[in-house]
Design a protein around this ligand. Sequence first.
Ligand SMILES: CC(=O)N[C@H]1[C@@H](OP(=O)(O)OP(=O)(O)OC[C@H]2O[C@@H](n3ccc(=O)[nH]c3=O)[C@H](O)[C@@H]2O)O[C@H](CO)[C@@H](O)[C@@H]1O[C@H](C)C(=O)N[C@@H](C)C(=O)N[C@H](CCC(=O)O)C(=O)O
Ligand SMILES: Nc1ncnc2c1ncn2[C@@H]1O[C@H](COP(=O)(O)OP(=O)(O)OP(=O)(O)O)[C@@H](O)[C@H]1O
Ligand SMILES: N[C@H](CCC[C@H](N)C(=O)O)C(=O)O
Ligand SMILES: [Mg+2]
Length: 495
Amino acid sequence: MRLSELLSCLPFYEMTGPAFDPVIQSISHHHQDVNPGALFIALKGGRADGKDFIDQAILNGAVAILCDRDFTLPIPVVQVSNLRQALAQITNLFYEYPSYNMNVIGVTGTNGKTTVSHMIESVISQEGEQTGVIGTLYMKQGNHTKKALNTTPDNLLLQQTLLDFLSQKVTTAIIEVSSHGLAQGRMFGCDVDIAVFTNLTQDHLDYHGSMDHYKWSKSLLFSQLGHQHFTNYPKFAIINNDDPFSATISQSTSAHIISYGLTEQSDVYASNVHFGRHDTSFTVHTPIGSTSIGIPVVGVFNVYNALAAISTAVAKKISLSDIAKGLSTLPSVPGRFELVEAKQTFTVIVDYAHTPDSLRNVLQAIAMMKAKRIFVVVGCGGDRDRTKRPLMAKVACDNATDVIFTSDNPRSESPTAIIKDMEQGVVGCRYTVLPDRREAIEFAINQAAIDDVILIAGKGHEKVQIIGDQTLPFDDKKVAYEILTKSNNSLLANE
Ligand SMILES: CC(=O)N[C@H]1[C@@H](OP(=O)(O)OP(=O)(O)OC[C@H]2O[C@@H](n3ccc(=O)[nH]c3=O)[C@H](O)[C@@H]2O)O[C@H](CO)[C@@H](O)[C@@H]1O[C@H](C)C(=O)N[C@@H](C)C(=O)N[C@H](CCC(=O)O)C(=O)O
Ligand SMILES: Nc1ncnc2c1ncn2[C@@H]1O[C@H](COP(=O)(O)OP(=O)(O)OP(=O)(O)O)[C@@H](O)[C@H]1O
Ligand SMILES: N[C@H](CCC[C@H](N)C(=O)O)C(=O)O
Ligand SMILES: [Mg+2]
């Protein structure tokens, strides 16, 4: 495609540099990805400025630059005033509007995005639909997965991935949409059809600065649904009615709303909820009828997650029997309430709870297991919201009998300084401090006895620990298993 054709989607721009109209073979915003024939987008970010890489991009073969500043260069320079919007429009045109040619479901909220995305996937695939999932764990189509740096990919990678999905005959894409992604316009130009809201509690204040900014970012997914009601894929907003923030979200969209919750005031609601040790059952009532649901996961929060998935399926006109089947056969989601089994007499759970609310929810689910003692091994991420640290520590103390404070991913911060921040939230609570995460897990395992439960919180599926500028292999599940089998073997040796 010629540069001039690509620019036809922009209402205004200025061009400088040589007057020729190169063929654009690819688009990139990172100089290392630039191939001959590329249009290089010089974005100013939080850490780097794309303008500093223009020379290298040209050396790598860039034939034109798109930017929001004035440069004199030996290749055409296109200057726009709203670069992130222009990038979205240009990539959409270049990739032939992939999101307009499939059903796109966006899931947002503080907690539960990954879980709900997988529940939706499980339900939709009952009807034989090809699905693609984009989120924290991976970008996944069928059994093919690709690891990504971000939960919500940048605009370019998002469009490329959706195009890739289309070529694999995907008809529904399920995208986990983070508040960072929304605030940075990573979703611009992505035609979402069904927007799902899980819940909103404190997180990411390091980035957003205030809860108001965090809430505003989340609401963008709903306002950006647009006003088209007669498209191939009708627009729906799926909203958790029991969350106080829902009222604001309802006001920010003109799409059809399906509300869900635990009372009859919602369009989709659950009754007769029964919690087993490893599963949960309930009756769901929807505008298309009622049915019994069984899910192989525990906790009130997972009832909410299932209701979000059921409401999405109702919007997609999926039958109640397929909804029930999809949820009952839900594959386990890596690092979410995962059991570590090494024939020990107590329960060990690895879970990704890394916010005050998710930690409280997961510990309350554990309380229903009627354990003798509940151990929690928990830390807080460095270079992330400092104000959630004391809150998470308090939740740990309020909901567990044995509390071990340790390191999560300290990143550039001192592990002991992070733990000191956590300690500010607890008074009159006995706890142990072991900054080395392996030692902390080992300590809990050595203390635990029959019928106790250990929760190893915060890192879930993660396979590394980031300490300073080092990224070291570390997998909570593997570490716990190694320690459990070592202690089992030493018990056998002593018998
Ligand atoms: C703070 C933040 O969100 N940063 C995101 C942002 O980076 P940035 O704007 O700072 O980019 P930058 O590194 O300054 O680079 C600026 C420009 O120079 C270019 N560049 C840069 C370096 C170079 O050598 N060459 C080069 O060309 C870059 O391609 C870019 O176009 O834009 C990048 C592309 O979209 C993201 O990858 C990056 O996420 C970083 C890695 C990150 O850690 N983000 C986290 C906080 C995040 O976004 N998390 C949410 C999930 C949160 C949750 O819900 O739990 C997520 O969606 O992942
Ligand atoms: N609906 C929910 N409400 C509160 N906590 C939840 C909910 N669903 C899951 N959790 C807890 O939060 C943790 C993370 O869940 P999940 O990965 O689904 O959330 P997420 O929103 O994708 O998180 P992230 O923002 O890191 O991508 C789980 O391990 C569980 O402890
Ligand atoms: N998406 C979240 C993940 C946090 C996971 C936790 N293990 C940490 O490192 O703080 C973030 O980047 O804030
Ligand atoms: Mg996630």
